[in-house]
Design a protein around this ligand. Structure first.
Ligand code: NAP
Length: 512
């Protein structure tokens, strides 16, 4: 018996043997698998490329929208960028010498993904405008249905449906009565002219901070409604010079080295946030404090911008220009509580009406939706709604008990900190491909995480989360309904190790 070798299972792993003994055929027989990938964003595109690389030819990527791109298609707000450096926020197999800046703008990232799709000739594999609404497990296969009525029967499903894609609208009295234009940041209305307009924005997360930097000079007035102050890490965003771009093009090993070095550097950050007492987190706190002290000149404004919780407790905001922008004469920071919205603007608790033409809701997303609202029925009629009541969970953030052969990328409780979700998804796919191999060549019909392994891991995760910076006293979308961080609470190195090969003892493997 031989276990995982070079990332592929060549012969039976001991766990399978011991579980099924003689019931497992001795010689693995190869079979074709039909696979559905749901979502043509970063993780779905990755899946398609890797499936082809592994010789899976019979798969379809279902995409609800009429374009690929996921978050980079949905978000088009001014100032949209990725605050993970572009040379890290790239597929490791499709490094891009042409990134224009350290943190390239959103439309450039969208073009990058479109080019990757073209380069890998994926167009024919992707069904655009075909939203999967239902998945039901019957006789070991997933029966899929789309909103358009299309049906498919597949052996395995890869859900690459993204994390932050269902806008969260604030529950503020009178919001519907606003007479001007009002929209969520992920539904930016480009027909509305903001130049010279009086624009109000609710929220001070990463999104609002990017928008503030981009529009403060353009608008007539920007009123930023802050409920909670943010720690902001200053990060310059220089454009690459022509010489640098030529160098990146001619010496590809340079960008490979940058990708590697940035990954290491972000690993330090990832390890810092899971240990609230680490020296690294103290350095991050100091850097944020220095930024506030040195770059906000009016002491009164500085105090209103000073958070009362520890840096990186909320998802850390990285910006080259937020403090400059909020000190621009056009900009006003309002920290009074919002009382209600009226046709003419926003009224705060001090009785003041902030008159506005446009109201932008930078109020974030429902971070616990994942594959939902898809209707998903696993073994014995168990629905995903039942399985995820009261909150979503998954073994290794990839597999769910009673939902065999259904694998998630960037699923519940995975690493979502300030690092590259591309790197996370690549590592997760490396794990999933080994489970798929069980189905293709391992004589296995169904692979699903055991309940025992899932529950044990979840209990360990909840306990480990108590050491992290995320529980040190702030409100954030990382926290679930109990206030427990719904994210990977261990080091990034541990994540890499876990993803290197599935522990098959944590899985139920039903033979064919
Ligand atoms: P967010 O971080 O969840 O921020 C939402 C903001 O809205 C918070 O400031 C929140 O205040 C405020 N808010 C919500 N409801 C409110 C209400 N009823 N009244 C007043 N204020 C209210 O959302 P986001 O900025 O869209 O960012 C979400 C995540 O997307 C980020 O954390 C990040 O992971 C990702 N993102 C990444 C990038 C990037 O460059 N990589 C860029 C943008 C976003 P409280 O703080 O008081 O709750």
């Amino acid at each position: 018996m031989v276990g995982p070798a070079g990332g592929r299972l060549t012969v039976w792993p001991a766990a399978v043997r011991s579980r099924y003994g003689a019931a497992v055929p001795g010689a693995p027989d190869h079979r074709q698998l039909r696979i559905a990938v749901i979502g043509a964003g970063m993780a779905g595109i990755l899946s398609a490329i890797k499936l082809l690389e592994d010789g899976y030819d019979d798969f379809t990527v279902y995409e609800k929208a009429d374009r690929i791109g996921g978050t980079w298609r949905e978000n088009t707000y001014p100032g949209l960028a990725c605050d993970v450096p572009s040379h890290l926020y790239s597929y490791s197999f499709a490094l891009n010498p042409g990134w224009s800046r350290r943190f390239s703008p959103g439309p450039e990232i969208q073009r990058y993904f479109e080019r990757v799709v073209d380069d890998h000739e994926l167009d024919d594999r992707i069904r655009l405008g075909d939203e999967v609404t239902s998945l039901e497990l019957r006789d070991g296969q997933w029966h899929l249905e789309t909103a358009a009525g299309h049906r498919d029967v597949v052996d395995a499903v890869i859900a690459a449906t993204g994390v932050l894609h269902h806008p969260r609208y604030p529950d503020i009295e009178g919001l519907d009565d606003f007479a001007g234009a009002c929209f969520h940041t992920a539904r930016w209305d480009h027909s509305v002219d903001i130049d010279g307009a009086r624009v109000g924005m609710i929220g001070t997360g990463s999104t609002a901070i990017q928008i503030t930097g981009a529009i403060a000079e353009r608008v007539g007035k920007l009123v930023l409604f802050q409920r909670t102050a943010q720690w902001v890490l200053q990060a310059e965003n220089p454009a690459y010079s022509d010489e640098e771009l030529l160098h990146f093009r001619d010496e590809p090993e340079t960008i490979a080295a940058m990708h590697h070095d940035l990954s290491q550097a972000f690993g330090i950050f990832a390890n810092a946030v899971v240990d609230a007492d680490s020296p690294e987190i103290k350095m991050i706190e100091q850097a944020c404090l220095d930024n506030l002290e040195q770059n906000v000149h009016d002491p009164e404004l500085r105090e209103r911008l000073r958070p009362s919780y520890r840096a990186a407790c909320k998802r850390l905001v990285v910006s080259p220009d937020f403090y400059d922008a909020i000190q621009h004469p056009n900009a006003e920071l309002v920290t009074e509580r919002i009382e209600k919205v009226e046709p003419g603007g926003v009224r705060t608790a001090d009785g003041r009406l902030h008159e506005l033409d446009v109201l932008v809701l930078a109020t974030g997303f429902h971070a616990d939706a994942f594959m939902r609202p898809m209707h998903i029925v696993g073994r014995d009629g168990v629905t995903l709604a039942d399985a995820w009541d009261p909150r979503p969970t998954a073994y290794m953030s990839i597999a769910i008990p009673e939902f065999p052969n259904l694998f998630m990328l960037n699923g519940p409780n995975g690493p979502v900190g300030n690092f590259s979700l591309i790197e996370v998804a690549e590592l997760q796919f490396g794990y999933i491909r080994q489970l798929l191999e069980q189905l293709r060549s391992g004589g296995i019909a169904e692979v699903s995480a055991t309940r025992a392994a899932t529950e044990a891991q979840d209990a360990a995760r909840v306990e480990a989360a108590q050491q992290t910076i995320w529980v040190t006293g702030c409100r954030s979308w990382y926290l679930d309904d109990r206030g427990v961080p719904a994210v990977w609470p261990w080091s990034f190195d541990r994540f890499r190790k876990e993803m290197a090969a599935p522990d098959l003892a944590a899985y139920e493997l039903r033979p064919r």
